[in-house]
Design a binder for this molecule. Structure first.
Ligand code: UDX
Length: 425
C-alpha cells in the first residue's frame, strides 16, 4: 500500500519504519527540514532500541522516503496517518492546532477514496473537526478514521511490530477493512469501533494504568505505617486474575510524554463536558505531589538533605530511553538543590538538561556514587540494577534508597548500607 505518515516525532519514525519494513511504500512527512534531512540519512534524533537498524534497513530497501512536501507525500497515498504532536492547551485539553493544520495542508492533494487516519492522541469528536476542514478544500471523496497508538518507549519497535491489539475507529466498512488489511500482518487482535470509542480507549488505557500506579504508590505508603511489605502485598493480590501481578512497581510516580499529559487531558475534558468531580483530577494531583512528598519523608530519614552528597541513578523517565520528559529525576534533583544537597547523577543514555547548580552528571555508577552519603536508585536500568554496590561501599554511613524496590534488601544491609525501600522496612 502507499502510505503517508505526517509527523516524524517518536511515533511517526517508528511507524514509518515498521510499515516500510512490511513492504509498503511509505512517505514520512515533516515540516521541519532538518529532521527530514537527518532521517533521510538514517539518523534517528533520539535513542530507541532497534529503531536505527530498522530505519536504515528500510531506507536501503527504497520503501521509505522523507519529505517536507505535502504534494509529494499525499498525491498517491491510499492511507494517511496523522502523528503530529498535541501539546496541552491552556485549559488542559489537547491543543489540536497541529492536527487541524495537517488537514488544511493535505486537503488539496488527497487522492480519491483516501483514508485519513488520526493516530495522535486526541479527544473524541476530533474526526468531525478534520472532516469539516477537508471537505472545504478536498476535490475528491475521502474517509477519516482513528487508530490510536499504544506503543511504549523503550520497546516501541517491538510494540509496533507486535501490538497487543489494533483499535480501528471507523464507521465506514470499506475503510475499516482496508485498515484491518494493513494491520493484520502485525496482529490478529483487531477491534473495529466508532472513532469516538477508539479515542476514549486510548485515554482510558493510559489513565487506568496511571491510576493503577498511583494506587499502588498509596498502598505502599500505608505499608510503611504498619510494617507490611508492599512486595508481599503485590504477591498477595496479584494471583487474582482480575488484578494480575504485573505493572505494579511503586516508586517516585509515573512520568514520560504520555501518562501525565493524557491523565490531565482527560481530567480537563471531563470538566469541559460538565463532569468536574472526576477521578483523573485526583490521580494527576497525587502524582504531581508524589516526588516532593517522598523527598520530604526520605529527607527526615537521612537526617536532612543539607550538605549531603546524593547520587541519583537513572535520569530518564524509565529504562531504555533517553527521554526525560516528566521524569521523576527532575523533581528529585530540584528538591535536593533547593535543600542544599550536592548532587551527582548517572544515566546510561539520558542527559540532565535542567539547572546544574550543585549538580554534576557522571559517566558511570562508580563515579556517581564515589562520595555519596545517599544513593537513590530511581530508574530500573539494567546497568543500575545489576551493579554490585558492595564494591563501592565507603567507610561511612551510606543510605541506599531503592526507588523501585529492585534490590534484595538483605544484600545491601549485609554490605552495611542503610536500606530504605518504597513501602517496605
Ligand atoms: C505509556 C503506555 O504504556 C503506552 O501504552 C502508551 O502508548 C504511551 O504511554 P510509556 O510512557 O512509554 O507508555 O511508558 P510505561 O512503561 O507505560 O511507563 C509510564 C510511566 O509509569 C513511567 O514513568 C514508569 O516508570 C511508570 N511506571 C510504570 C510505574 O511507576 N510503575 C509501574 O508499575 C509501571
Amino acid at each position: 500500500m502507499k502510505i503517508a505518515c505526517i509527523g516524524t516525532g517518536f511515533v511517526g519514525v517508528v511507524t514509518t519504519a515498521v510499515f516500510a519494513s512490511h513492504g509498503h511504500e511509505v512517505a514520512g512527512l515533516d515540516i521541519d527540514e532538518n529532521k527530514v534531512a537527518s532521517l533521510s540519512k538514517g539518523q534517528v534524533p533520539f535513542f530507541e532500541p532497534g529503531l536505527n537498524e530498522l530505519l536504515n534497513k528500510t531506507l536501503v530497501s527504497g520503501n521509505l522516503t522523507f519529505t517536507t512536501s505535502y504534494q509529494e507525500a499525499i498525491t498517491d497515498a491510499e492511507i494517511i496517518l496523522i502523528m503530529v504532536g498535541t501539546p496541552s492547551a491552556a485549559d488542559g485539553q489537547a491543543d489540536l492546532k497541529y492536527v487541524l493544520a495537517t488537514a488544511e495542508s493535505m486537503a488539496p492533494y488527497l487522492k480519491e477514496d483516501a483514508i485519513v487516519v488520526i493516530k495522535s492522541t486526541v479527544p473524541p469528536g476530533t474526526n468531525k473537526k478534520i472532516e469539516k476542514i477537508l471537505k472545504q478544500k478536498a476535490k475528491v471523496s475521502f474517509t477519516t478514521a482513528s487508530v490510536p497508538e499504544f506503543l511504549r518507549e523503550g520497546t516501541a519497535v517491538e510494540d509496533t511490530l507486535h501490538p497487543s491489539r489494533v483499535v480501528i475507529g471507523s464507521t465506514n466498512k470499506k475503510a475499516a477493512d482496508k485498515l484491518a488489511q494493513l494491520h493484520r500482518p502485525l496482529s490478529d487482535r483487531i477491534i473495529v469501533m466508532k472513532p469516538e470509542s477508539a479515542q476514549m480507549s486510548k485515554y482510558a488505557a493510559n489513565t487506568y494504568l496511571a491510576t493503577r500506579i498511583t494506587f499502588i504508590n498509596q498502598v505502599a505508603d500505608l505499608c510503611e505505617k504498619n510494617g507490611a511489605d508492599i512486595q508481599e502485598v503485590i504477591a498477595g493480590i496479584g494471583e487474582d486474575s482480575r488484578i494480575g501481578d504485573h505493572y505494579w512497581y511503586p516508586g517516585f510516580g509515573y512520568g514520560g510524554s504520555c501518562f501525565p499529559k493524557d491523565v490531565s487531558e482527560l481530567a480537563a475534558y471531563s470538566r469541559a463536558v460538565g463532569e468536574s468531580d472526576n477521578l483523573m483530577n485526583k490521580v494527576h494531583d497525587l502524582n504531581q505531589a508524589r516526588t516532593p512528598y517522598l523527598m520530604e519523608k526520605l529527607g527526615k530519614k537521612v537526617g536532612g538533605w543539607k550538605n549531603k552528597k546524593v547520587a541519583i541513578l537513572g535520569l530518564s523517565f524509565k529504562p531504555n530511553t533517553d527521554d526525560t520528559r516528566e521524569a521523576p529525576s527532575i523533581a528529585i534533583i530540584n528538591h535536593l538543590q533547593q535543600n542544599g544537597a550536592e548532587v551527582t547523577g548517572f544515566d546510561p543514555m539520558a542527559k540532565w538538561r535542567g539547572d546544574s547548580t550543585n549538580f554534576s552528571q557522571k559517566e558511570s555508577v562508580v563515579e556517581a556514587v564515589a562520595e555519596a552519603d545517599v544513593i537513590i536508585a530511581v530508574i530500573e536500568w539494567p546497568e543500575i540494577v545489576s551493579f554490585d554496590f558492595s564494591k563501592t561501599k565507603l567507610d561511612k554511613q551510606q543510605f541506599f534508597i531503592d526507588g523501585r524496590n529492585q534490590f534484595e534488601p538483605s544484600i545491601l544491609i549485609n554490605n552495611n548500607y542503610t536500606y530504605l525501600g518504597i513501602g517496605r522496612k
